[in-house]
Design a protein around this ligand. Structure first.
Ligand code: COA
Length: 324
């Protein structure tokens, strides 16, 4: 008997306010043409004053639970990938836990920046495979707008706010691991690259949160190599090839990173879910937002093989291969 985790519901939430590139050009020395040409981004959603990561996370999780037909009280693990928690402590996840009516189990935040959701999927999947958990909610939620230096054109045009969530359920049965659910997850990190993408701040070092600093070109180079490599690692682990993938749902950082990874993997663009034009980089939220959108509009259907992958500060990166 094999226990697998099935994705039984997806949900997403985007703040109401949309900020276009034209608006960005009124704040910093940039143009719509520059942003579109270098990143593909045309707009981003920005959380309202007083609207926090927990609010975004709760809205996405509530929608995922509704899509799955699961009650909050039935959830026994909640993992929230975020680099922008409401407070230094306690975890934003416990706020969301309470609002969902989840009275038992465990809830915690997971910090892997843009890889937070994929890391969360790996954690929840392993709890389910170990038989410790039957129903898990994995959320990626961020209010990166709060971390941005709105006078730094190098970074402020790249990010947005949002949240996405999935409900995972244990499914046990005979058969091979290929039939249904999460086939495997693959996580990596390499702390030697800490300074290429980081905030100069934090409760222990400076007591402030600090703004984002990034060496864009270096990040770009590592992202393309690492994302293609981890996707191949996931395929090889399952005896599959790129032609078996129905949909690639990558982290939405930059259209040129998506194109570069697709080229390296040799996967046609028609099989890639792309939301970066409308959402910008929402860090841990980007993969579940894209997944929820493609499930919601019927592109991703039951039986499809889906590759989720992400890369973020640390560096951290990872992939999750799932049969829907
Ligand atoms: N508008 C106009 N000009 C801008 C700008 C903006 N918003 N941001 C930067 N520039 C300028 C810089 O000041 C610099 O000018 P200079 O050459 O006079 O000093 C120039 O554009 C930078 O050009 P370059 O470094 O060649 O740009 P690029 O093609 O590398 O694009 C990024 C920059 C940030 C878009 C790109 O490196 C990138 O996307 N990197 C990955 C970032 C990422 O995805 N991070 C998150 C990963 S999880």
């Amino acid at each position: 008997m094999i226990i697998r985790s099935r994705i039984v519901g997806c949900g997403a939430y985007l703040p109401e306010r949309v900020v276009t590139n034209a608006e960005m050009a009124r704040m910093v020395d940039t143009t719509d043409e520059w942003i579109v040409e270098r990143t593909g981004i045309r707009q981003r959603h920005i959380a309202a004053e007083g609207e926090n990561t927990s609010d975004l996370a709760f809205a996405a999780a509530e929608r995922a639970l509704a899509a799955a037909g699961v009650k909050g009280s039935d959830v026994d693990l909640l993992v929230l990938g975020t680099a922008t928690p409401d407070n230094t402590f306690p975890a934003t996840a416990v706020k969301v836990q309470a609002r969902l009516g989840m009275t038992g189990g465990a809830a915690f935040d997971l910090q892997a920046v843009c890889s937070g959701f994929v890391y969360g999927m790996a954690v929840a999947d392993n709890f389910i495979r170990a038989g410790q958990v039957r129903t898990a909610v994995v959320i990626g939620a961020e209010t990166f707008s709060r971390l941005l230096d709105w006078t730094d054109r190098n970074t402020c045009v790249l990010f947005g706010d949002g949240a996405g969530a999935v409900v995972l359920r244990a499914d046990s049965g005979e058969g091979t691991n290929r039939d249904v659910g999460i086939l495997s997850t693959h996580l990596h990190s390499d702390g030697r690259h800490h300074d290429l993408l980081h905030t100069k701040g934090g409760p222990s070092s400076t007591r402030g949160i600090g703004a984002i600093h990034m060496q864009g070109k270096e990040v770009f180079r590592h992202a393309v190599v690492n994302l293609a490599r981890v996707a191949n690692e996931a395929l090889e682990a399952n005896g599959l090839t790129v032609t078996d993938i129905d949909w690639l749902v990558p982290h939405q950082a930059n259209l040129r990173i998506l194109d570069g990874t697709a080229h390296k993997l040799n996967i046609p663009s028609e099989r890639i879910v792309v939301t970066v034009q409308r959402h910008a980089n929402t860090s841990a939220a980007s993969v579940p937002l894209a997944l929820a959108e493609a499930v919601g509009d019927g592109r991703i259907r039951p039986g499809h093989l889906v590759m989720l992958e992400a890369m973020g500060g640390g560096f951290t990166w990872g992939a999750c291969l799932a049969r829907m």
